[in-house]
Design a protein around this ligand. Structure first.
Ligand code: G3P
Ligand code: CA
Length: 313
């Protein structure tokens, strides 16, 4: 009899333990499913959690050759909040806007950027490939376009624009961060006199972000992540590590889940997925609470945002 009572007691205690576990798991699941606040504000601080950022990826690169002044200009006209710039550096230490570290995809030449001086780089046409590959979008003005330097971009768009700058392959270019900060200083784009978030620096390379932070702690940083074919996951420890130096993350959008977006937002980090060009994907990610989107079509994103806002009212 005594043994039977003991067994019943054990089963009861085990049951209590399980229900506590289940409650905790349910609570976590409920928290993950709680939608993050949808960011829809189109003015106010660029770094506010309720502000949505339309980031013109390589300019309006769905309409014009990427990383050209005309592509950036189109992005501005389409009401993008940021011109996104990928940086490479020439042999004579000039920062230029180019996605790849070699010339073959977007010019008729080939070879690593780091093996050319700026005068040589300036001889290459970075527009004609676009006309050839996109006959329906081709324009005479896209023919014979020079690769722009960072200096030229900042001189052209000045203090009206906001810049979302990526240090590409910084390990290939010693001195890249110093040069970038020098150029930003020359254009008075660092310090208290600029808009909060007017210049954001992004990188897949943590050490280059830490270098920026050490020299210019006022510049907001975004850590880029690429989970490739896997679902996006960050441990608490990884999230805490990122929070030490960055205001947010940029993530390949196909890896995202609603739960991940919620988790990142709960931690107080901004989240800017790349690169979203389909209307349906834009709508879904907005509804999940992302705080900005990199897109080749800032005009399309603007329309989605307007429709979304009017439905919300
Ligand atoms: O910077 C965000 C996104 O642009 C990263 O991808 O390859 O287009 O620079 P990528
Ligand atoms: Ca980029």
């Amino acid at each position: 009899m005594k043994i039977n009572i003991f067994i019943v007691l054990l089963i009861f205690m085990a049951g209590c333990g399980n229900s506590e576990e289940i409650n905790t798991e349910t609570e976590i699941a409920q928290k993950d499913n709680q939608a993050a606040e949808i960011a829809l504000d189109r003015d106010g601080s660029l770094l506010s959690e309720s502000r949505f950022l339309n980031i013109a990826h390589r300019g309006a690169s769905g309409h014009a050759p990427e990383h050209t002044l005309v592509s950036y200009q189109m992005g501005e006209e389409m009401n993008a909040d940021y011109i996104e710039i990928d940086l490479q550096m020439t042999k004579d230490d000039t920062l230029i806007a180019l996605h790849d570290d070699d010339l073959s995809r977007t010019t008729a030449s080939q070879g690593a950027v780091k093996t050319f001086d700026i005068d040589e780089i300036k001889a290459y046409d970075v527009g004609s490939w676009f006309n050839e590959e996109n006959p329906e979008l081709a324009q005479p003005v896209f023919h014979q376009i020079e690769i722009p330097t960072l200096e030229e971009i900042l001189k052209t768009f000045g203090h009206d624009a906001n810049y979302y700058i990526e240090t590409k392959s910084p390990e290939t270019y010693p001195g890249m961060v110093e040069e970038l900060l020098e150029v930003l200083h020359r254009h008075e784009l660092i310090g208290e006199d600029i808009r909060e978030g007017q210049v954001i620096i992004q990188s897949f390379d943590k050490s280059s972000l830490l270098e920026v932070k050490a020299q210019e702690p006022s510049i907001p940083l975004i850590k880029l992540l690429n989970f490739r074919d896997d679902e996006a996951v960050l441990t608490e420890q990884e999230m805490d590590e990122i929070k030490k130096y960055a205001v947010g993350i940029g993530v390949n959008h196909a890896s995202l889940t609603k739960e991940f977006v919620n988790k990142v937002r709960r931690e107080g980090l901004l989240i800017h997925p790349y690169t979203i060009n389909k209307k349906e994907d834009m709508e879904r990610l907005i509804s999940w609470g992302v705080t900005g989107i990199f897109t080749d079509y800032p005009d399309r994103l603007e329309t989605v945002l307007e429709n979304y806002s009017s439905q919300e009212k």
